[in-house]
Design a protein around this ligand. Structure first.
Ligand code: PMP
Length: 297
């Protein structure tokens, strides 16, 4: 059965969910998006994802034609219409249709669509054995050109990095900023564990303020680790006890090899696994319920 897609205020069958070839989201990547998880009928960290969406929109002076409360309802309606319990939600707001010039002032009607779909989970082997990542030559967009904190539809920087990782046979691309500092991966944030410290680069080096990243910083602190943002170089990764990546789709995934160097014991580390367990538990405990008749409501 096909999906029902939210498109500009209506739920339509996916075959009818079409947007104009003049939409500036398509012509110029002029728009913003989110990626959100649904666990057992609850939307995980919905408020934080919506806040990031509105911040990204504000940063490019894109007017979202819904209030945050209306947007939240639209997301819940879309999940309900597709009767999903577990899945992945992709809200997108584009500048909307205009003419062939790039001037956003010519686009009067932003396009809003929401896809709520089942999620293709990553293979369990990833989590049991860990992944290999590779530093790529494509540098992270500079914060003063296109700030990576802005989750825009302009993802070519990340896609170019992913292409390089694919060529190298690595699962993810490790991206440095123009100063050679570790920024993040093509679609995930990066962490290291050293002694009892859980460390990740500050967003100002050129990284998305990942929602999972924030959860992991909270969980690590709660578990008694030192959780901090700090500048990291490749050297710090190569000599770390553990390395892992975080993201909405991947959750927490161990990295066991960086640029051909085995990390720690060359297998997923205990603190990574502990945090992953804590994260999994959290996803069963919190979240915005989609179906009001949930037992503990
Ligand atoms: N960095 C980039 C570039 C991303 O696209 C994402 C989202 N997939 C992340 C990090 C992780 O962020 P989050 O935990 O909010 O999914």
């Amino acid at each position: 059965m096909g999906l029902l897609i939210y498109l500009n205020g209506r739920l339509v069958p996916e075959e009818e969910a079409k947007i104009s070839v003049f939409d500036h989201g398509l012509l110029y990547g002029d728009g913003v998006f989110e990626g959100i998880r649904l666990y057992s009928g609850r939307v995980f960290r919905l408020t934080q994802h919506l806040q990031r969406l509105y911040e990204s929109a504000a940063s490019i002076r894109l007017r979202v034609p819904l209030t945050p409360a209306q947007f939240e309802q639209a997301i819940l309606d879309t999940v309900r219409a597709n009767q999903l319990q577990d899945g992945y939600i992709r809200p997108v707001v584009t500048r909307g249709p205009g003419d062939l010039g790039l001037d956003p002032a010519k686009c009067g009607n932003p396009t809003v669509f929401i896809i709520a779909s089942r999620i293709q989970l990553y293979p369990e082997a990833w989590y049991e054995q860990g992944l290999k990542i590779q530093t790529v030559s494509t540098r992270k967009n500079a914060v003063d050109s296109l700030n990576p904190r802005l989750k825009s539809l302009n993802y070519l920087n990340n896609i170019l990095a992913k292409l390089e990782a694919n060529e190298a046979g690595a699962a993810e691309a490790l991206m440095l900023n123009h100063a050679g500092q570790v920024a993040e991966c093509s679609a995930d944030n990066i962490f290291i564990v050293r002694a009892r410290s859980v460390l990740t680069p500050p967003v100002w080096v050129g990284a998305l303020g990942g929602i999972t990243r924030q959860v992991v910083l909270e969980l690590a602190a709660r578990a008694g680790f030192t959780a901090a943002e700090t500048i990291l170089t490749q050297h710090d990764l190569y000599t770390a006890d553990e390395v892992f990546m975080t993201g909405t789709a991947a959750e927490i995934v161990p990295v066991v090899n960086v640029d051909g160097r085995p990390i720690g014991q060359g297998k997923p580390g205990p603190i990574t696994m502990q945090l992953r367990q804590a994260f999994r538990e959290l996803t069963t405990q919190e979240g915005t319920p989609v179906y009001t008749q949930q037992a503990d409501e």
